[in-house]
Design a binder for this molecule. Structure first.
Ligand code: FNR
Length: 369
């Protein structure tokens, strides 16, 4: 269908499913085990209700913000999703080019199909990148990768902490064979690759399961990029992260692809904010809280921000947009989010994101499963 007919993020998913190879669809769309968490990522947002305010002169509304001090035209960043070329020949570059035009931040995946330098070389308009890091068993490889990223101007290091082993995504495993082309490119420099259990397993065996809190000072010693832990799932770990001196956390279950029946990011947010506040750690401009998983509408984002998140990460919505329509799909997705922010902020009675308050949502049903 023509791109003008795409009205929301769900439409991109429908088109992507129809046009991309079955193997790509299996890898992208799958969650782990019984896919309870991936479903919960959507339904949790639906249990949060708005308490809009009226008569507040919303003629001018502004949804721009900063993320880690970097300007962002939207209160979201495009989260890392691996292996973009399975679904589109240009892979992650579609995101890079569209994000540059619209002032949106892209998080580059360690396992991107396009090489890190190809993505950086496409940089335009002084656009901002973050880097998602899978930590290699060989720390020397990781050190070089991180320091290269910093030298090339990456503004934030998101260390994935919820994947000491990749989850079993059975849809993907049933596809059996690894896509040799897409796989081969990301395997360069990553030791110990096996091709037996679906795309995900085949490319991930370099990831170090021994990673622990003791490693955080080492990361802090090798880079001055802000370090963010991606994949925090409890208040306890949020407090430890703050005390470890990192600059932020992503409350995430990895798009429902890791521990099945883990809770959604938006559910975790409420307990995390309460625990950090009780310790005097929140609010703190040096420590930002992000949420990802299931974000498909600006209204989802506004709920997370009202409850204390600084921004959210969006994975599949943009992945499906570029698989279906290339750069133009990503641009359209950004435009749809913009239009939704304008309307939802007006209807909610906020002119800027700073005006969002916890009282503007009713989250009392959030933890009723
Ligand atoms: C991911 N995600 C992910 N995260 C990460 O830290 N490293 C990675 O390599 C990947 N790869 C990846 C591939 C695919 C196909 C998906 C769908 C997701 C997780 C991603 O960064 C983010 O946490 C989720 O995608 C957020 O959920 P939504 O927006 O996809 O619902």
């Amino acid at each position: 269908p023509p791109l003008e007919n795409v009205l929301n993020m769900h439409d991109f998913e429908v088109v992507a499913k129809a046009v991309i190879p079955a193997k790509a669809w299996a890898y992208y769309s799958s969650g782990s085990d019984d896919e309870i968490t991936i479903r919960e990522n959507r339904t949790a947002f639906q249990r949060v209700w708005f308490r809009p305010r009226i008569l507040r002169d919303v003629s001018v509304v502004d949804w721009s913000t900063t993320i880690l001090g970097q300007k962002s035209s939207l209160p979201l960043y495009i989260s890392a999703t691996a292996l973009g070329k399975l679904g589109h020949p240009d892979g992650e570059l579609c995101i890079t080019r569209a994000a540059a035009k619209h002032g949106v931040i892209q998080m580059i995946a360690t396992l991107a199909s396009c090489s890190f330098d190809d993505i950086l070389n496409a940089q335009a308009n002084g656009q901002t990148f973050f880097l998602q890091l899978y930590v290699n068993r060989d720390r020397e490889i990781t050190r070089r990768y991180v320091q290269h990223a910093e030298a090339r101007g990456v503004k934030g290091l998101f260390i994935t902490v919820d994947a000491p082993q990749l989850g079993r995504r059975e849809k993907d495993m049933r596809m059996k064979q690894v896509d040799d082309d897409a796989g081969a490119e990301v395997q360069k420099g990553q030791a110990g690759v096996k091709k037996d259990q679906g795309v995900a397993r085949a490319i991930s065996s370099f990831i170090d399961p021994s990673l622990s809190w003791k490693d955080i000072p080492w990361f802090q010693s090798i880079t001055s990029m802000p370090i963010i832990l991606k994949g925090i799932a409890t208040a306890e770990d949020a407090v430890l992260a703050y005390e470890a001196g990192v600059r932020g956390i992503v409350l995430s279950n990895h798009g429902g692809r890791q521990l099945d029946t883990a809770r959604s990011g938006i559910e975790i947010l409420v307990e995390v904010v309460a625990a950090l506040r009780a310790k005097g750690y929140h609010p703190d401009p040096r420590f930002e809280i992000y949420v990802d998983g299931g974000v498909r509408r600006a209204s989802d984002v506004l709920k997370a921000l009202a409850l204390g998140a600084k921004a959210v990460g969006v994975g599949r919505a943009f992945l499906y947009a570029f698989c279906a329509y290339g750069d133009a799909g990503v641009e359209r997705a950004i435009q749809i989010f913009r239009d939704e922010f304008e309307m939802n902020m007006r209807l909610l009675g906020v002119r800027t994101l700073d005006e969002l308050r916890p009282e503007m949502v009713d989250a009392s049903a959030l933890n009723q499963h």
